[in-house]
Design a protein around this ligand. Sequence first.
Ligand code: FES
Length: 97
Amino acid sequence: MSRIVDGVTRPAPITIEIDGAMIQAHPGETLAAAIVAAGAYRMRDDRSGAPRGLLCNMGTCSECFVWIAMDGAWRRRRACLTPVSERLRIATHEGQP
Ligand code: FES
């Protein structure tokens, strides 16, 4: 999936890190939007190891949990509710990378 281009003006892109890979995102986007626009759909794995991704995209299902490096620790956050910010580090597995 990619972003709609025609007729849309976005702020200058910022860079965020997902599982060690650098991707471009635009201020105002959610993490979920940035991850999907980058072509990734897996946000986490469930207890059986099956990949999970966006489902409701409105904060109720918790399928989009990702790990975010904050204040020296990894914290779980819903990707569909979390806005991107410069230098954000995200992991789809606890404690990675
Ligand atoms: S996709 Fe359902 S809470 Fe984020």
